[in-house]
Design a protein around this ligand. Structure first.
Ligand code: AMP
Length: 327
């Protein structure tokens, strides 16, 4: 039997460069390998855990599916679906919540960060986010999960839940591991933290043109440009991280310029903007083609739900039996 892969992105906004490098690229790579069966969802239910606009959610969900197709995900090779279309995820999440303590969930740093960001929204759904994510993964018995490093604490919860379920009920869940790419952590343009959809100015959208990318990079904080060793943290380190990701053969040149105190950030940023645009332009071109293919996309989503439900239904049935429910 082929090994399974599960990944997803929320529908809080159109995917940005960090989503593409941290998750999207790995999703495409794994889809191309014959030993894997790949399940990729738009995590619309996870989107509900923070404030969102109900008038845009459905449209955004479909947009993200089209962005997946533009990134290179292929419905002939991957099951592309919407999380809420496969109710088995939430049903399994309930069953998994019976082996998960409230204390464990409420002490997670990711939960604490979110309630700091949205103090009015410390909901049960937010607390339960890692359990639903565990269900998303375990329902396909997925072994690898292409995600950014920010998701590692949630993957650890999924592994703990898998171990608990296997020990208590004799299920055979594999312990899912992160499939990291070299862009597993894409820093913010603002010099601090990660590139994030919820922080304006921190990200480059996959829809940005060259001018927009140049303008955003122009605002990224810098320093005097040396002389001395290239910093290993902070805004300049972040710019060097972008060089590493997009212009690895220019690292030496700019590193030397910094050491000698001759680095010209305008030159670095312009070269970087062109390299980033070069990487995302093919995605934009493919994305254009799907605009007029709304019905085809609906069909892909419909078919994806059918296939995902079939796989998810089998696991759910097995788990219910093992947990002693009358089936
Ligand atoms: P989200 O939009 O939060 O659902 O994230 C979708 C995927 O993108 C997840 O696998 C995240 O780990 C990944 N991701 C989000 N931001 C970044 C970033 N700055 N660097 C790398 N990966 C990221």
């Amino acid at each position: 039997m082929k090994k399974r892969i599960l990944a997803g992105m929320r529908a809080v906004a159109r995917p940005h460069l960090g989503n593409y490098l941290g998750a999207g690229k790995g999703m495409v790579q794994l889809q191309e390998r014959a030993e894997y069966e790949t399940f990729y969802m738009v995590a619309d239910l996870h989107t509900l855990t923070t404030p969102y606009d109900k008038d845009y959610l459905a449209g955004l969900t479909k947009d993200v599916v089209m962005d997946y197709l533009a990134m290179g995900l292929d419905p002939e090779k991957s099951v592309l679906f919407v999380q809420s279309h496969v109710p088995q995820h939430t049903e399994l999440a309930y069953l998994l919540s019976t082996v998960t303590t409230v204390a464990k969930m409420s002490h997670l740093p990711t939960y604490k960060e979110k309630i700091k960001e949205y103090p009015q929204h410390s909901t049960m759904a937010l607390l339960n986010y890692p359990v639903l994510m565990a269900a998303d993964i375990l329902i396909y018995k997925a072994e690898k999960v292409p995600v950014g490093v920010d998701q590692e604490p949630h993957l650890e919860i999924a592994r703990e839940i898998a171990r608990r379920m296997n020990a208590d009920y004799g299920t055979d869940f594999p312990e899912p591991k992160m499939f990291g790419t070299k862009g597993a952590y894409v820093p913010s343009l603002l010099g601090e933290g990660k590139m994030s959809k919820s922080v304006g100015g921190s990200y480059i959208a996959l829809t940005d043109d060259l001018q927009m990318i140049s303008a955003k990079l122009a605002k990224a904080p810098t320093d005097a440009g040396g002389p001395g060793e290239v910093p290993i943290t902070g805004p300049v380190a972040n710019l060097f991280k972008f060089l590493e990701l997009f212009l690895p053969n220019r690292l030496e040149y700019y590193g030397e310029a910094y050491r000698q105190g001759k680095l010209r950030y305008a030159e670095l940023k312009e070269e970087l903007a062109r390299a980033i645009y070069g990487e995302i332009r093919p995605i934009q071109e493919r994305r254009e083609q799907f605009k007029s293919k709304s019905e085809m996309v609906d069909e892909i989503i419909h078919e994806g739900a059918r296939k995902a439900k079939e796989a998810a239904g089998k696991t759910l049935q097995e788990v219910k039996e093992k947990m002693g429910l009358l089936v």
